[in-house]
Design a protein around this ligand. Structure first.
Ligand code: SAM
Length: 223
């Protein structure tokens, strides 16, 4: 049995009671960065042994982990923040488990794109999750594709690329397109600002932007 366990994206109180119990009960926790997760586990008095599972070793260790799971070991997968598999390692392991008949259970819990999307005030009945855009090759192609979508889309972006991203979105989607910058969600300096791309450029261009960012962009209007 593999449990996929979401962890807080900023506010430690967002850990669910079930997540704490599962992390205490499993034999092994696979963590993206064991030092980062140690702080969380210590905070909740979780003493379960941890092993590293990250983008650099997931290809090499996935089959061995599924062997262990098949032999009856119960494990949990966590990432540094939010839900594993969402712009984080997790997909390869979930797929390998499903293919080999190992039960996978993902607990409901924190992820950055849901609060960003819902608090943006942009339509959230249908949406596209893009995650991180490629930094160089393929970036323009993705932006061109996203600009034509008829529904809201969601991007993950780093603070030092925010202005570049707003410029590019303005070029491809037009300066009047509505968008939202959701910054530092669930943390002390949370900021969620929805406006046109022009207004967002003026607002965020005037200050030194720090923290983690989700961008939500309205879909292209018909006609
Ligand atoms: N697995 C995570 C999830 O479920 O959302 C995402 C991990 S991804 C490596 C990290 C990115 O998520 C950040 O660069 C940022 O775009 C977004 N993010 C994570 N925490 C955030 C927060 N508290 N506020 C805004 N964005 C956040």
């Amino acid at each position: 049995m593999l449990y996929i366990v979401p962890t807080p994206i900023g506010n430690l109180e967002d850990m669910t009671m079930r997540a704490i119990r599962i992390l205490k009960e499993v034999t092994l926790i696979m963590a993206e960065d064991t030092r980062t997760s140690r702080r969380l586990l210590d905070h909740y008095g979780i003493t379960t042994h941890m092993r590293a599972f990250h983008a650099h070793n997931e290809h090499a260790v996935t089959e061995r982990i599924v062997d262990e799971l098949s032999s009856g070991v119960t494990m949990a997968l966590i990432s540094d923040a939010g839900t594993p598999g969402i712009s984080d390692p997790g997909f390869l392991l979930a797929r390998a488990c499903q293919r080999r008949g190992v039960r996978v259970e993902c607990l409901p819990g924190p992820t950055a794109f849901v609060p960003a999307l819902v608090s943006s005030g942009l339509p959230c009945d249908t949406f596209h999750f893009e995650g991180f855009l490629p930094h160089k090759k393929g970036r323009q192609t993705r932006l061109k594709y996203l600009a034509e979508l008829p529904h809201t889309f969601v991007l993950y972006e780093s603070p030092h690329r925010l202005m570049k991203c707003l410029e590019e979105l303005s070029t491809f989607c037009g300066p009047e397109r509505q968008a939202c910058v959701a910054r530092e969600l669930s943390k002390k300096h949370e900021e969620v600002k929805t406006a046109s791309l022009t207004e967002l450029k003026a607002h965020f261009g005037a200050k030194d932007v720090k923290g983690e960012i989700v961008m939500v962009v309205a879909g292209k209007e018909k006609g």
